[in-house]
Ligand binder design. Structure first.
Ligand SMILES: Cc1cc2nc3c(=O)[nH]c(=O)nc-3n(C[C@H](O)[C@H](O)[C@H](O)COP(=O)(O)O)c2cc1C
Length: 188
């Protein structure tokens, strides 16, 4: 797929519409290489990924369940079980982690986080270009301290995405996008 076509046809696929197979080793390496090509002011590489598949998804689900319960003790049992089952919906999950240095003398925090977001988008575009389905999610588990601790995040790290990857079960229709004139204007 050509780059522009991949950008213009990428669409989020809900994990419920994903099936096996997920990306194998070679495809994952290609996606990560795309992530590593993100613009990165100062070459700080302020992002990293954890790859979760197979039985690791069950352990991730247990972490999600424990994390949302600890963060909000009034979470309903149904919601906790939903979080436990969430990672099982897709064959491969990547945890996208921003590892920004808030005290960097030259590169502000927002630039480092912007670079991390670019890495995730590059990865999703590569997945789509190779025929895989992807979804960038966050939600309660990404913000839960127990999830971050359980995944071994350092104090300067945060989860910026729970990236679900699989094979699309069907073709998703493209959502309407803003027209160019709605997002840009001539100046002066
Ligand atoms: C940082 C970030 C976090 C997101 N978290 C969620 C999420 O937790 N749940 C969700 O349904 N969509 C989430 N989204 C939105 C979807 O990834 C997706 O962009 C949106 O559904 C629009 O679909 P599209 O990508 O096909 O335009 C998130 C997007 C970003 C950039």
């Amino acid at each position: 797929m050509q780059a522009l076509e991949a950008i213009l046809t990428r669409v989020t696929v809900p994990p419920a519409r994903m099936a096996a197979p997920g990306p194998g080793e070679a495809a994952l390496r290609r996606m990560l290489a795309a992530a590593a090509a993100a613009p990165d002011h100062g070459k700080l590489r302020p992002w990293r990924f954890l790859v979760v598949r197979g039985g690791g998804r069950e352990r991730l689900g247990d972490l999600f369940a424990a994390g949302v319960q600890a963060a909000r003790p009034d979470t309903s049992p149904a919601e906790i079980e939903k979080q436990r089952a969430a990672p099982l919906r897709a064959p491969v999950i990547l945890i996208a982690i921003s590892r920004a240095d808030p005290n960097h003398p030259k590169i502000p925090l927002w630039e480092q986080e912007a670079s991390a977001a670019c890495a995730v988008q590059n990865l999703l575009l590569a997945a789509h270009a190779m025929g895989f389905a992807g979804k960038w999610a966050s939600g309660g588990p990404a913000a839960a301290q127990a999830v971050c601790t359980g995944l071994g995040l350092a104090p300067n790290e945060r989860i910026i995405g729970i990236i679900y990857l699989g094979s699309p079960m069907d073709r998703q229709s493209l959502p309407p996008r803003p027209a160019p004139e709605a997002i840009a204007e001539s100046w002066p």
